[in-house]
Design a protein around this ligand. Structure first.
Ligand code: 4AD
Ligand code: MG
Length: 507
């Protein structure tokens, strides 16, 4: 999908939604007087007066020369747009200027000709402007891989050092930044404190055994342990976030998380970013689902409201059909007042019914007590609901130790469920996982002991329940999965600058 992205005309979108989130607006340009040369984004968003002298810096995205004139398109990654430079005489163009070269051009900022695709262009005219100049800062080798033609996403992943210079990948990086900013503003407006939990930890939060060990090389050689015990890269910051929640009431974070999952899929990374939130004085998992829905809708609303400034950076770099798919996805997410919520038990029933009625044919039969497989998740959200859907109250045995056990069937381990939820979205499946946390010390200790877990590394976590314990809950959302879903990107590896997965850490 990514490889098919091409430039399309501006304003392909005219959708507009109003809501409580529409006031969250952003502008890419800075009103500050910065000690840097102007970027292309700054030049285009507040253009200098006609015929004023100006310097443009960037990388050549294309050039051609004819007898009397040469054309150089320059891009700097601050926007999807190029600046078109008209160079006269063509002999001003250094012989080492090629697609990909870094360049500085001096010329006059000039209104484009009627009918030209750009309102302004840079006239580098040596015939009547003695300062006109084209300078190559950095040459490219003859075999520079990013020539003008488009490349497949797979090929681009093999050149991580240049991949981000493509129009598609630089748009994705700007999109990451836009979405993160929207989330920061949402959490600020919701009275949360952004916190900074550790990434080196001695606990396995999820208990799934997908840990990467952290050890110093010199200690390994001596058979010693740097931290005096085993330590790991965090799979989720939740446990530490709970500590901060017990001090600050509403906390969130966005951090890298690391999982040694060997699954080679289009939705798993070994290093990914997770947004986690934890809220005190919450009693019901529905409060968490409602809140996470508000969070995602606030981002989508902002993308809609700011197509020119933010989302356009993405929509302008993909083909028209994908823009339509993407915006109808966004509209769909905003349309419904509240997304559907079903219990895990209802989900299993729906899946069974669809099989019985011959509507579906899953590879794995849905079985109560087992996890929902990715095919089940995608079908529920994509085909059945056609929208994000919350699934709550999963079986106790399928979920980690810290989740609060629902009172119903709590004495029958095989039927017991927990106060948790997953948010499933079409095409991807699970986007968020969250739950109420067991805040009663005795109950939590009983569950840890039932699972025959070693309690000693969790003493600090249990201590939270000894003094001033409060009902609380939270969730974690895969940031790349959100980006993947919002941008309709097929593979999660293409929404992250340097994807890491099993057998791949090239730089
Ligand atoms: O469902 P998970 O495992 O939940 C937790 O870790 C909780 N402790 C979070 C919390 O309650 N604070 O992971 C949360 C989300 C998933 O729903 C998924 O979107 C994403 O993290 N995720 C991954 N994303 C990319 N690559 C992977 N290998 C991922 N594993 C999980
Ligand atoms: Mg999960």
């Amino acid at each position: 999908m990514l490889s098919s992205r091409i430039a399309v005309k501006r304003n392909a979108l005219s959708v507009h939604f109003t809501s409580q989130f529409s006031r969250l607006s952003s502008s890419k340009t800075s009103p500050l007087e910065l000690p840097f040369p102007k970027s292309i984004s700054e030049i285009l968003s507040s253009p200098p007066a006609n015929s004023s002298p100006i310097t443009v810096n960037g990388w050549v995205s294309g050039s051609r020369t004819s007898k009397n004139v040469a054309f150089v398109d320059v891009r700097d990654g601050t926007t999807f747009q190029d600046i078109k430079c008209i160079v006269r005489p063509p002999s001003l163009i250094p012989s080492n200027l090629n697609t990909g070269s870094s360049v500085t051009l001096h010329g006059l900022w000039t209104e484009g000709k009627k009918g030209s695709s750009q309102a302004f262009e840079l006239q580098v005219n040596g015939n009547d402007n003695p300062d006109a100049a084209v300078k190559v800062l950095g040459e490219v080798e003859e075999l520079y891989p990013l020539q003008k033609k488009s490349h497949t996403a797979q090929f681009l992943r093999t050149i991580p050092e240049y991949r981000l210079r493509t129009i598609e990948m630089s748009a994705i990086l700007r999109f990451r930044s836009v979405v993160e900013t929207a989330l920061v503003e949402f959490f600020n407006s919701a009275g949360f404190t952004k916190t900074h939990p550790p990434l080196i930890t001695s606990s396995d939060c999820e208990g799934a055994g997908e840990l990467f060990k952290v050890e110093s090389n010199s200690k390994v050689e001596k058979g010693e342990k740097f931290f005096g015990k085993d330590a790991y890269l965090s799979v989720s910051t939740q446990l530490h976030l709970e500590v901060m929640c017990a001090a600050l009431s509403r906390v969130w974070t966005l951090t890298p998380c690391f999982r040694a999952e060997e699954s080679d899929t289009n939705r798993h990374l070994s290093e990914f970013w997770m947004l986690e939130a934890e809220v005190a004085f919450v009693e019901d998992v529905r409060q968490l689902t409602r809140f996470s829905e508000m969070m995602i809708k606030s981002v989508v609303q902002r993308l809609h409201d700011n197509l020119e400034n933010s989302a356009s950076n993405l929509t302008e770099t993909i083909d028209k059909q994908l823009v339509e798919t993407m915006t109808s996805r966004w509209e769909m997410m905003l349309k419904k007042d509240q997304w559907d919520t079903i219990t895990y038990t209802e989900a299993i029933e729906i899946l069974h019914r669809s099989m019985e009625e011959g509507k579906t044919n899953f590879k794995f039969a849905p079985i109560w007590g087992e996890s929902l497989k990715s095919e089940h998740e995608k079908w529920l959200a994509g085909s059945y609901f056609g929208n994000p859907v919350f699934v709550t109250d999963y079986p106790l045995n399928e979920k980690p130790f810290y989740m609060q056990i629902n009172p119903e069937n709590s004495d029958n381990i095989d039927k017991a469920t927990v106060a948790c939820f997953d948010l499933l979205v079409p095409d991807i499946g699970e986007l968020i996982g969250g739950s109420m946390r067991e805040h009663d010390l005795k109950k939590l200790e009983a569950e840890i002991s039932r699972r025959e877990m070693d309690v000693s590394p969790l003493q600090w976590y249990l201590a939270l329940r000894e003094n001033g314990s409060v009902p609380h809950g939270g969730f974690g959302m895969g940031f790349e999965r959100l980006l993947q879903y919002l941008s309709c990107t097929e593979n999660i590896r293409d929404v992250v600058p340097f994807p890491r997965h099993v057998d791949s850490c090239p730089c």
